[in-house]
Design a binder for this molecule. Structure first.
Ligand SMILES: *Cc1c(COP(=O)(O)O)cnc(C)c1O
Length: 369
């Protein structure tokens, strides 16, 4: 059947027709009409963070990881020391890219089923005074754990250490307030909880640290200081912008605001998550995380205890019924993940749970493909 499948993944995700339709137009990258869209997106992003007084926002072409890498290269001095609070796959990715950027990197490792611990961070930083920047993944999309941003930010502020937050899968859904939470950089992207399409990230940089970033990045294309300075001067992107992605994001942000902003989005995702967990439990599935540490973004489930279970076959059977699941990302045990984000509500989640039920029932071939 010629219908888009529902994406139960942490990006790309299901978008509205309105967002998709916004892409059916060509834009000149130097044109005033397009520059106005970029300016509008940037001021909306700062408003979501309550960061207009304290931060600037720098958009960057590419997937979210490009922006994390650009943030490290732009903010961390070459002789700096990055400490990654590691409780999952995206933390390990941040550590690896920081190493490849030539920075000294160490990790404080935690159980992937638990949030990172701000008190342990504090005692670690008191012992090791060489750390210049802490990297925190706000929602560790690997298992779905919510990490304590507020507490980690308080420790970093108290000890005078820079904080860089990967808020890729939490920004616009979970509350983040730059007026009360201090960080040097916070990174997110178009194709996550704002429900735009993938293709650009954006980095909020604290105004006080911006000046020192000039000339620091060893990359031309990923230098956020240059991107910022050029955009301020000309209103344009430094190199070819992902025009269709930007206008789709502007349209997605308009719908985000109409829905009621971050609080409304969190409420919808929370209902999605509750509907999902209740429905899956009724089918006998067990969530991997304790509900107390589960972010309402993506849920990891233990693979079903069935003879001959195989994720690829299971995935294909659910796909044939119109829903795309996500593989697990844990090292030790067999799991799969189901996203709660995107332009979907509890109805779609209920249908997805039903599709999963049918997919596991022997001798029930899907009628659609
Ligand atoms: C999605 C995501 C990213 C970026 O991944 P890309 O594949 O580069 O878009 C980074 N960190 C977290 C926590 C994410 O959820």
């Amino acid at each position: 059947m010629d219908r888009d499948k529902i994406l139960l993944t942490p990006g790309p995700l299901t978008t509205t027709l309105r967002t998709k339709l916004a892409m059916l137009k060509d834009w000149g990258s130097w044109d005033a009409d397009f520059n106005a869209v970029t300016a509008r997106v940037r001021s909306s992003l700062l408003a979501i963070l309550h960061g207009a007084d304290s931060h600037v926002v720098v958009p960057l072409q590419g997937s979210g990881t490009f922006s994390v890498e650009a943030a490290v290269a732009t903010l961390v001095p070459h002789d700096g020391h990055v400490l990654v609070l590691d409780n999952g796959a995206y933390c390990k990715r941040a550590a690896r890219l920081s190493t490849l950027m030539g920075r000294k990197v160490s990790s404080l490792t935690f159980d992937e089923a638990q949030p990172v611990d701000a008190a342990l961070l504090e005692s670690h930083l008191q012992k090791d005074r060489s750390v210049t920047h802490v990297v925190l993944i706000h929602c560790e999309t690997g298992a779905g754990v919510l990490n304590p941003l507020q507490a980690v930010a308080a420790v970093c502020e108290r000890l005078g250490v820079g904080l860089m937050v990967d808020a890729m899968s939490s920004f616009a859904a979970l509350e983040i307030d730059a007026r009360t939470t201090r960080f040097d950089a916070l990174i997110a992207a178009s194709g996550k909880c704002l429900e735009g399409v993938p293709g650009m990230g954006f980095v909020f940089i604290r105004k006080e640290v911006l000046a020192a970033c000039e000339g620091r990045s060893q990359s031309l294309a990923m230098d956020l200081y240059d991107q910022y300075a050029y955009m301020e001067k000309t209103g344009q992107w430094r190199f070819t912008p992902p025009t269709h992605v930007v206008v789709a994001l502007a349209e997605a942000i308009a719908q985000f605001e109409e829905e009621g902003g971050q609080a409304a989005r969190l409420e919808r995702y929370t209902r999605n998550c509750q509907t999902l967990v209740a429905g899956m439990r009724a089918l006998g599935f067990k969530p991997f995380l304790d509900p107390a540490v589960q972010a309402p973004i993506i849920v990891t489930f233990h693979a079903p205890d069935l003879p001959g279970y195989d994720f690829k076959t299971f995935y294909a059977a659910v796909r044939a019924r119109g829903f795309l699941l996500y593989p697990g990302k844990l090292t030790q045990i067999e799991t799969f993940r189901v996203g709660c984000i995107g332009a979907i509500g509890p109805n779609e989640i209920t249908q997805a749970v039903h599709a999963i039920e049918l997919a596991l029932r022997p001798g029930q071939p899907a009628s659609r493909s």
